[in-house]
Ligand binder design. Structure first.
Ligand SMILES: CC(=O)N[C@H]1[C@@H](OP(=O)(O)O)O[C@H](CO)[C@@H](O)[C@@H]1O
Ligand SMILES: [Mg+2]
Length: 565
């Protein structure tokens, strides 16, 4: 740590303000995890206060750029909440700062001022008098309002300027953060308002859907969360339902944002994906398109039923393959295939059949990263076009400066080339460049399906048949200490380092199954380990996962005996 002794500006009132948001004495250590801090809302007051301190510090460190703070616990039950920091261009807080967030959150209340000053000296290196700017939003949880108070008390004590945008989806807050910080650039991201976001998405949609009309209707399950408000407002900017050019009928279900207790209850993207079933209120007819958002509208899962009530789900892997195949196609049609390199980024949870399809059929590069969108986003941004999705439906498509330049300067030589370029340009407009976004991803899927429809087959059924998923299962196993499960670096969490010897046993079990694949890792958001497995048949997956669960439980039992003797 730096020993410099310059005066730390601001923060004189922190000690007093912190007392209003005291850290509970016996709380377990807090950690800034995969998606910020997330836990039972009753424990979050002091943590959110410290996030306010850090957000102001980060803004000053970045010459007064605007930092976003989102208060949400996404797909968790209504009693939970969470808080995360958004960096100036709308991406997640830079990883090297996560430890600062953790350290401040765990500082006893009486020592906050000293901890802040120590940290300020470490990160500033010299005196800093920048103005700090922070913008805030929250989802529909009842605890959100009180947590915003904790946050703004810290911002006021830090002398930071802030705007509280109230209840918004997570992706809209990311949009606003980027729009604010690019307003003076040659290509500003968009108008700095919630309406600006809707207008940008609707304009891109209209361009991409010239002369196209989607087949049938789409029903959106909004998990009784903030996505419902956003979708209803957004629809006012869309063409009329019966418009031959881009008109679409969208039904909103589970849109009760007035009763926050039903948030994510038997509905939403996580309920559908983890249970591989429709939301409880589902009443779709065969081949009708449905999709589910999660509680803060940054994830999306599609589904439909076939005749005979067979449930078919199209998750993040499917959205990634659909997007990569469509975009690959129009890049080629636009005559840009040799100038724009496309890659798909997945995690180890991606179904093996999707990876094989991308590599062998689409002939595109696939990268595998550790769990958590921040890792995928980072890798995707290295490519001209980076398509990234977690299997749970969280992801987007990133366009690099080079890709945007190539698209802008291309000179179409035929009507087909012009159409491809126009569609591509429109995609760059409405696909959220900051983070996964259910609303924007929904438009992407709908544009693609509309472009691919018209041969008499249901476009969603055709999408489902592009490849067959390997039967798979995800298990959650409670263990005494999830931290005893570590993975080998640079294996994207696919190989265990500890407990010692466990990976060898796992390999032996997997080898017994056709197309078997299985890995174990500690969850970053819950106190448990996750086991993911695939094999040629459902029966084999069940057997494989059961034997892995037994292996973990035996390991736990042996550990217990060793510790008590
Ligand atoms: C298997 C799985 O779905 N894991 C989820 C879950 O992370 P874990 O670290 O596995 O708890 O929550 C993350 C944050 O929402 C999400 O990014 C991730 O995909
Ligand atoms: Mg979410």
């Amino acid at each position: 740590m730096s020993e410099s002794h310059f005066t730390v500006q601001y923060g004189d009132d922190i000690a007093g303000a912190a007392k209003q948001h005291a850290r509970p004495e016996k709380s377990k250590p807090f950690a800034y995890g995969t998606a910020g801090f997330r836990m039972n809302a009753d424990l979050l007051d002091s943590v959110t206060f410290t996030v306010g301190i850090l957000a102001a510090l980060r803004s000053r460190k970045l010459q007064g750029k605007t930092i976003g703070v989102m208060i949400t616990a996404s797909h968790n039950p209504a009693r939970d909440n969470g808080v995360k920091i958004v960096d100036p261009y709308g991406d997640m807080l830079e990883q090297s700062w996560e430890k600062h967030a953790t350290e401040l959150a765990n500082t006893p209340t009486g020592e906050i001022k000293q901890a802040y000053e120590r940290l300020a000296r470490e990160v500033f290196k010299s005196e800093n008098r920048e103005e700090a700017h922070v913008i805030i939003a929250r989802d529909t949880r009842p605890s959100g309002k009180g947590l915003v108070k904790a946050l703004t008390d810290a911002l006021e004590a830090m002398g930071a300027k802030y705007i509280d945008y109230g209840v918004l989806t997570t992706p809209i807050l990311h949009y606003l953060t980027r729009a604010t910080n690019t307003q003076n650039d040659s290509h500003p991201y968009g108008e700095i308002s919630e309406e600006g976001y809707y207008k940008k998405l609707a304009a891109g949609w209209k361009t991409a859907m010239q002369y196209k009309k989607p087949e049938g209707s789409l029903t959106v399950d909004c998990a009784n969360g903030v996505g419902a408000d956003a979708l209803k407002k957004f629809l006012k900017y869309m063409p009329a339902e019966d418009d031959e050019s881009g008109g679409i009928k969208i039904n909103v279900v589970n849109g009760r944002t007035d009763d926050p207790s039903v948030l994510n209850e038997k509905a939403g993207a996580d309920y559908v994906k983890t249970g591989q079933r429709a939301p409880e209120s589902f009443d779709g007819k065969p081949f009708e398109r449905w999709c589910s958002y999660d509680g803060d509208a940054d994830r999306i899962i599609y589904y439909f039923t076939e005749t005979g009530n067979v449930f078919r789900m199209l998750d993040g892997d499917r959205i990634a393959t659909l997007a990569a195949s469509f975009i690959g196609n129009i890049v080629e049609k636009a005559g840009l295939a040799d100038k724009i390199q496309i890659a798909v980024v997945q995690t180890a949870y991606a179904n093996g059949a999707s990876t094989k399809y991308i590599e062998e059929r689409l002939k595109l590069k696939v990268e595998c990263t550790p769990t958590g969108v921040k890792h995928l986003h980072h890798v995707a941004s290295r490519y001209d076009i980076g398509v990234y999705f977690e299997a749970n439906g969280h992801g987007t498509v990133l366009f690099s400066q080079n890709a945007l330049r190539q698209i802008r300067k291309a000179d179409p030589q035929s009507p087909a080339q012009l159409e491809a370029l126009t569609t591509l340009q429109a995609l760059t407009e409405f696909i959220n460049q900051t983070v996964g976004d259910a609303l924007s991803d929904m438009l992407l899927v709908e544009v693609i399906l509309a472009h691919q429809s018209g041969d008499g087959e249901h476009s969603i059924a055709k999408w489902f048949t592009t490849y067959t998923d390997l039967p798979n299962r995800l298990l959650r196993v409670e263990v005494a200490d999830k931290n005893s499960f570590t993975t080998v670096p640079d294996t994207a969490e696919r190989k265990l380092q500890t407990p010692e010897g466990m990976q060898g046993k796992l390999d032996e079990l997997v080898a017994k199954y056709t197309s078997g694949r299985c890995f174990v890792r500690a969850s970053g958001t819950e106190n448990a380990v996750r086991v993911y497995g695939e094999a040629a048949s459902k029966h084999e997956v069940d057997n494989l996962l059961q034997s892995v669960e037994v292996m973990i439980e035996r390991g736990e039992a042996a550990n217990k005996v060793a510790q008590s003797s």
